[in-house]
Design a protein around this ligand. Structure first.
Ligand code: ASC
Length: 573
């Protein structure tokens, strides 16, 4: 915007304000603009008492919480002060309606923000809910680059509470993300391994077995447990999200049941649980009542699910006021369900249903159906993940600019296959002939069409092994139509879809050896990633690109286009 534009805007805002005053409308709540200025820099930090280098925002970890009200605008000016690394930030759960260039995906929605460079994200907090933000370049999310984004409702909500608390769950490694990335890109492959700690709101406790040292300091304030303060007798809305890099997690609060009321920004029929599975990329609101013995404090605990856990339980303290928060509970927290009790997780996942009256899915047959086979695979001996045998390699020119400005040669223009071949692929054994290819093609949908996606799981490269993959869609929510075992049957299985009250979400688990079916409306002009939210898996190519309505995308900010072929185009015009 040049200064002429801003004067005009300034004058028209004042004019509207004056009109509202005259009409006596000033009491009507006005949409606000929340302006944040963030410096991104390295810091040495001890989230679990072991000192490592993290990516911080304004020197903080986790990053600052963004709070907005439905209808408000959020503006975040990023100043990349890391001397040797680009950044982008993805606003997870925000659909970026009319602002696809603010989705914060490197190579997709924008050119990554270079060192000593600024970029302004501006977007509408168009819908209430529990969201978060995180780095979406390389393995930056695993370096602690994330924080909460909470959008309050402008209307009365379908439940009541006295206070609100918010936590982000995470898993944590002591090896640097650079070392992890090098291992993942090597042949022989070096896996990142299981995390050293689990963190609640950026805090955990590693057992510095060799005793405290300058690098592992059990007395560091940074690894004191996170405190959740509550007043006896009151009800709290606890917002829970997971940015875990690898682990599926299970969360519980000693002695307290939780009633789940919101998932990924959508109200669900209330479900009472003793413990809650939270997959990476998911968010929930639960109601908890502080109705236990108020002379005590209680553990909030998080454990690994779906992978044989060698990581200790992560702990926070539910602190009944006015007890001191340092009064730690004397009894250990109850255990989470056994890590490989998948039946438990599937039953729980199927319990979340849209609250009555919520947006229903279009009941018609989909315009398009994709069946996406997830395989751990090999390319020239390197271990990758592939979807319908293609491992996604994002191109140097961001898709959004490439598609909008029709830049030739920026990405594979051959669309990837709608289904996998051969159709009798055996999902119960390691791939017989792992021979994936790299690709950068895009699934292009007709604007406003209805798309069904069936995610099909399979055996990994290791015998008797299939893993959980939480899939996250950018720019949209989808209805979860069903989960199933084994190979999806395109004739029989759609008959079992829940078209009555499926939950609307942006992230869904794909269980081992099973399938997950979802439906969405391709109604948001832009280019959008759809990918496994496990950081290492996306890094290894586990994702696809979707696009629709490119002709409706507005003018891209120049600052989103300073790289690849789009840079040449800008320089020559
Ligand atoms: O992508 C992965 O690689 C490892 C293992 O399959 C090979 O070391 C693992 O557990 C993953 O999830």
């Amino acid at each position: 915007m040049d200064s002429g534009d801003s004067h005009l805007l300034y004058r028209s805002v004042w004019f509207m304000f004056a009109v509202m005053m005259v009409l006596g409308m000033a009491s009507v709540s006005e949409a606000r603009v929340h302006y944040h200025k963030w410096k991104i820099s390295y810091q040495n930090w001890s989230p679990d008492c072991m000192q490592v280098t993290i990516i911080s925002i304004n020197g903080q970890y986790p990053g600052p919480t963004i709070k907005a009200r439905e209808g408000d605008t959020v503006v975040v000016e990023i100043d990349n002060q890391m001397p040797t690394e680009n950044v982008v930030i993805h606003w997870h759960g925000i659909r970026q309606i009319e602002t696809p260039w603010s989705d914060g995906t490197a190579s997709m929605s924008q050119c990554a923000i270079q060192p000593s460079t600024t970029y302004i994200y501006r977007y509408a907090a168009d819908r209430p809910g529990t969201y978060f933000y995180h780095g979406h370049y390389g393995l930056q999310r695993s370096a602690g680059f994330y924080g909460s984004l909470i959008v309050d409702s402008a209307e009365t909500e379908p439940f009541v509470y006295d206070g609100e608390l918010s936590i982000i769950l995470n898993d944590w490694w002591h090896t640097s993300t650079y070392q992890q990335a090098a291992g993942l890109l090597s042949n022989p492959f070096v896996w990142v391994g299981e995390p050293q700690s689990l963190l609640i709101e950026g805090r955990g406790k590693y057992n510095c077995s060799a005793g405290s040292s300058t690098t592992c300091n059990v007395t560091s304030n940074q690894c004191l447990p996170h405190i959740l303060p509550v007043k006896p007798g009151k009800t709290y809305r606890l917002r829970i999200a997971s940015v875990a890099s690898l682990s599926s997690l299970n969360f519980l609060i000693q002695g307290h049941k939780m009633t789940v009321v919101e998932a990924d920004g959508h109200y669900v029929e209330p479900v009472e649980v003793e413990n809650l599975d939270v997959y990476s990329g998911e968010s929930y609101s639960v109601l908890i009542r502080a109705d236990q013995d108020s002379s005590k404090n209680y553990w909030a605990a998080v454990n690994v699910r779906g992978r044989k856990p060698i990581t200790p339980t992560g702990l926070a303290v539910l602190n009944y006021l006015p007890n001191p928060s340092t009064n730690l509970p004397t009894k250990p927290p109850p255990p989470s369900p056994v890590w490989n009790d998948y039946a438990y997780s599937k039953t729980l996942a199927k319990k979340f249903l849209a609250l009555a009256g919520h947006e229903e899915p279009p009941p018609m047959k989909p315009t398009r159906q994709l069946i996406l086979l997830n395989t751990q695979n090999k390319i020239n001996g390197f271990i990758k993940w592939a979807i319908n045998n293609i491992s996604l390699v994002p191109p140097p020119t961001p898709y959004l600019a490439a598609m909008k400005y029709k830049i030739h040669g920026a990405y594979d223009t051959t669309p990837p296959p709608d289904a996998y071949h051969p159709r009798d692929y055996n999902i119960t054994i390691p791939p017989i002939n792992p021979n994936a290819v790299e690709g950068s093609g895009v699934y292009v949908f007709e604007l406003n069409s209805v798309v069904d996606v069936i995610l099909q799981n399979a055996n990994t490269l290791t015998k008797n092994s299939s893993e959980i993959h939480p899939w996250h869609l950018h720019g949209h929510d989808f209805w979860i139509l069903g989960f199933g075992e084994g190979v999806f049957d395109p004739l029989k299985d759609p008959k079992k879809y829940n078209l009555v009250n499926p939950p609307l979400r942006n992230t869904v688990p794909l269980f081992p050896y099973g399938w997950t079916a979802l439906r969405f409306k391709a109604d948001n002009p832009g280019v959008w990633a759809f990918h496994c939210h496990l950081e290492a898996h996306f890094f290894m190519g586990m994702g696809v690109m979707f696009a629709e309505g490119i002709h409706k995308v507005g003018r891209l900010p120049r600052s989103a286009m300073g790289c690849g072929l789009v840079l040449n185009k800008m320089m020559h015009h």
